[in-house]
Design a protein around this ligand. Structure first.
Ligand code: ABU
Length: 493
């Protein structure tokens, strides 16, 4: 076989692929995620360029050179499966999920028609139906799609809600429509504004609803905003509630918001990209009560359930609406005279054409652990964040919680170095000092490679740390390590 042909040749590629698998298993899967190993070996781009030969060339590289490049790539990449990677709304390295990714990648499918993805399209329907059943849609009825991330899931929901209210928008665009507005809390995900801009509504179409002291959408403020919109002569069409805000992890009061939507005839979309996984937990699923009344729900299993990136879904109550809203009946894919039932082709419900299969890794995890195991995973994470709250309270002279009683995974807190402890918290000097603490500690942990923990300001609050994990392998000892490490890095600031 000539070396340039894109087909695996067992003699030529077999030893290379086996070496790659061994390297990945040793270096990226097992060793990399051991406690004591660095989460990151921090390097600036110029240093990386001297460590990894990133230039592509006319001449082919040898397998040895490729293996060395793979090794260096692993060495200097962030180990997001490490217990001390607590930086984002994804983490952990689930072994079944990883196996699922490998199988998917080896088969390299695109999931638009049954003929090219018979197993995966069948699995997609089964998984989406089971997710809808968990939401509480009767018998799991409705519809759904996999999305390239929660932002796009929210955007599709917005498009569906608008199409349901004004079907002519599909052919005529915004011409002739009243000025449309929607409502989302001030802590809602930034994709709501992005998608409103992308879809021609404009960012100003998003009316921000203030939050209560726990970061949840304030119902009185929602009612007031709806009245203001009506007085303004604009047309409300949708409320976006959030089940797990990005920073505080707040869970909006879904039942009460559903009542408001029903009174005013508004589409209720729940952005449960982060919080959706709670539905697997018998102990905690009550936190999402009311989600069964949503017209649509964005839910990312790659977040709380630790499915490998990406696995994001949009679940919809209304059967047939996705196809009606997005369909174009392209005759090169969705021929009506196929020898099998062409309704098995899911592709026309989607905005994308070619589409990665994101179901199999999730399906394999669900199969391998059962709903029971996924529920226990969620319970373990929730228990760990409760433990962190208790530990923070024990160290109340050095740490301060942003919310005293968070009720989801997110735990937000400030570290107070010695130099700040006796300052008056109402002064600008104190605020300025506090604002600079988290970034400096973050720099210290990244350069030491000991952990990655995120920080941000929010509204009037200066920079604070946000603890989130999706790694049910994280332990109480890891939490104590995290707090000790913050103290070690921040004590003298
Ligand atoms: N899609 C929101 C993710 C942001 C974060 O990881 O914090």
């Amino acid at each position: 076989m000539e070396w340039f042909r894109s087909i695996p040749d067992e003699t030529h590629h077999g030893p290379f692929l086996k070496d790659v698998l061994t390297l990945v298993l040793d270096e990226a899967v097992f060793k990399a995620n051991r406690r004591g190993e660095p989460v990151i070996r921090w390097r600036l781009p110029q240093e990386l360029l001297s460590l990894i030969d990133v230039q592509t060339r006319d001449q082919p590289a040898s397998h040895e050179e490729l293996l060395a490049a793979i090794k260096a790539t692993i060495d200097f990449s962030v180990k997001t499966g490490h217990p001390m990677f607590i930086n984002q709304l994804y983490s952990g390295l689930d072994p079944y999920g990883l196996a699922g990714q490998w199988v998917t990648d080896a088969l390299n499918p695109s999931s638009y028609t049954y003929e090219v993805s018979p197993v995966f399209t069948t699995m997609e329907e089964a998984v989406l139906q089971n997710m809808r059943a968990l939401l509480g849609y009767p018998d799991g009825r409705g519809d759904g799609i996999f999305c390239p991330g929660g932002s796009l899931a929210n955007g599709c929901a917005m498009n569906l809600a608008r199409f349901k209210a004004f079907p002519s928008v599909k052919t005529e665009g915004l011409h002739g429509l009243p000025r449309l507005v929607l409502f989302a809390s001030e802590d809602a995900h930034y994709s709501i504004h992005k998608m409103a801009a992308l879809e021609g509504l404009g960012e100003a179409a998003v009316r921000s609803v203030t939050c209560d002291s726990q970061g949840r959408m304030d119902l009185k403020a929602l009612e007031a905003e709806i009245q203001v919109a009506k007085r303004d002569g604009v047309h409300p069409f949708m409320v976006v509630a959030t089940a797990g805000t990005t920073v505080l992890g707040a869970l909006d009061p879904l039942s009460a918001i559903a009542d408001v939507c029903s009174t005013h005839g508004l589409w209720l979309h729940v952005d449960a990209a982060w919080g959706g996984g709670l539905l697997f937990s018998k102990e905690h699923r009550h936190l999402l009560a009311g989600i069964e009344r949503a017209d649509s729900v964005a839910w990312n299993p790659h977040k709380l359930l630790a499915v490998p990136q990406q696995c994001s879904t949009l679940l919809v109550r209304h059967e047939g609406l996705l196809k009606a809203c997005h369909g174009r009946d392209a005759t090169y894919l969705f021929q009506k005279d196929k020898f099998y039932d062409h309704n098995l082709d899911p592709g026309d419900k989607y905005i994308q054409c070619g589409r990665r299969v994101d179901v199999f890794k999730f399906w394999l995890m669900w199969k391998g652990k059962g709903s029971l195991g996924l529920g226990k995973h969620v319970d373990a994470i929730m228990e760990l964040s409760r433990f962190l709250i208790e530990e923070l309270k024990k160290r109340a002279d050095r740490f301060k919680l942003v919310l005293e009683t968070p009720n989801f995974v997110n735990v937000s807190f400030w570290y107070l170095p010695q130099s700040i402890r006796n300052l008056d918290p109402s002064t600008q000097v104190y605020r300025n000092k506090l604002q600079s603490v988290a970034p400096k500690i973050k720099e210290g942990m990244m350069k030491a490679g000991t952990m990655m923990l995120g920080y941000q300001p929010l509204r009037h609050w200066p920079n604070f740390f946000r603890f989130v994990t999706q790694n049910s392998g994280m332990t109480r000892q890891d939490v104590i390590f995290m707090l000790d490490e913050i103290e070690r890095l921040g004590d003298n600031l």
